[in-house]
Design a protein. Structure first.
Lengths: 154, 187
């Protein structure tokens, strides 16, 4: 009850406006770029550009613009357009490969789990040895042990 | 307008290319990391099944070495990993430890893990220093194989580390040459 009263006193704080949308959109868009998800980011960008051209431009100016774009595609910029398409297809392949790799690792760990569950009499290991800096050669490595790279050591 | 569009397309395509290369390299490193994880887990299972003692020097040394390689792959850039592994595998201390390990290890299952670990490391070095290897080979062809004698080392030669690992692998395999259990351990 108290919360409702507080919200009704200041309606601007609960309204989701255009600026909020712009902020969230840019945050998510840069998150896509920063995490390497360029393919969806590119799609979003292209859709946005097409929407902008379709909605904001006068109809009589759309035809010259299309001609401009076609000219650009037939010239040396076309090579970069092609590169854009190729890199995005490459990204899809990398994404697929990464997914396959993770699935294989999950399967391997599942097999080990089954082996441990049904393996019978086994000696337990007393000390856990991970790659988090306990090795003698650790002095050769940089100090940032917990990098942001996905799939860190177990 | 067309200039702006061209600049946008060029910048975006170059950025996409950069991201793609970065993603691909991460994928390659993840693949190597998982291969090391698998070897370490296999070794741990050998301890659990009683093939090797947890307190033994060889187990502790092998786990430490594999962990060291995992850490390197996790935390460092490609250039640094290659440089570090070349130094590690060509150092006198490293060679001495491998010789000692070869004398002590006689279980074919452990030998199999060690041989595969060495294979993964060779693959890692080869994959990430192809250009370096090709350039060094080209320079040696041009100026002769003795170009480095009596001079400072400008570029580390990954081939030296790869050959050292290959030598260790051969020495290790020689210890189980007549052991009928070895092919079983590999399978």
């Amino acid at each position: 009850m108290a919360k409702q009263t507080k919200a009704s006193e200041n309606p601007a704080s609960t309204r989701y406006g255009g600026w909020d949308f712009a902020r969230d959109f840019s945050t998510q868009f840069f998150a896509l770029l920063n995490t390497g998800r360029i393919f969806p980011a590119l799609l979003v960008l292209l859709a946005l550009l097409m929407l902008l051209f379709g909605v904001r431009m006068p109809t009589e100016e759309l035809a010259p613009l299309s001609n401009h774009l076609l000219d650009a595609l037939s010239g040396w910029t076309g090579v970069f357009f092609l590169l854009l398409v190729v890199t995005n297809c490459g990204w899809m392949l990398v994404f697929h490969e990464r997914d396959k790799l993770h699935q294989q690792e999950i399967k391997r760990l599942t097999d080990i789990r089954s082996q441990l569950m049904h393996g019978g009499d086994m000696t337990l290991i007393k000390e856990h040895r991970s790659s988090d800096g306990e090795q003698q050669e650790g002095y050769l490595l940089p100090s940032q042990q917990h990098s942001s790279r996905e799939g860190g050591s177990p | 307008m067309s200039l702006l569009v061209s600049m946008f397309v060029i910048t975006t395509s170059m950025y996409c290319l950069f991201l793609l290369i970065r993603e691909y390299n991460q994928l390659v490193f993840t693949r190597f990391r998982y291969r090391y994880f698998a070897l370490r887990d296999e070794l741990a299972l050998l301890v659990m099944t009683g093939h090797i003692m947890e307190s033994s020097w060889e187990y502790q040394h092998i786990v430490r070495t594999i962990n060291f390689h995992i850490s390197a792959v996790e935390t460092m850039s490609i250039t640094d990993v290659v440089s570090l592994l070349i130094r590690y595998h060509t150092s006198e201390d490293g060679k001495r430890k491998v010789r000692y390990l070869i004398r002590r290890v006689d279980d074919p299952a452990v030998v199999s893990i060690l041989v595969r670990y060495m294979g993964v490391t060779q693959d890692l070095l080869r994959r990430n220093s192809r250009c370096q290897i090709v350039m060094i080979r080209a320079v040696k062809r041009l100026f002769g194989p003795d170009i480095r004698q009596g001079k400072h080392e400008f570029v580390q030669n990954p081939n030296e580390a790869i050959n050292a690992i290959e030598q260790s692998k051969s020495d290790l395999l020689a210890t189980v040459k007549n052991d009928s259990r070895y092919p079983m351990a590999v399978a």
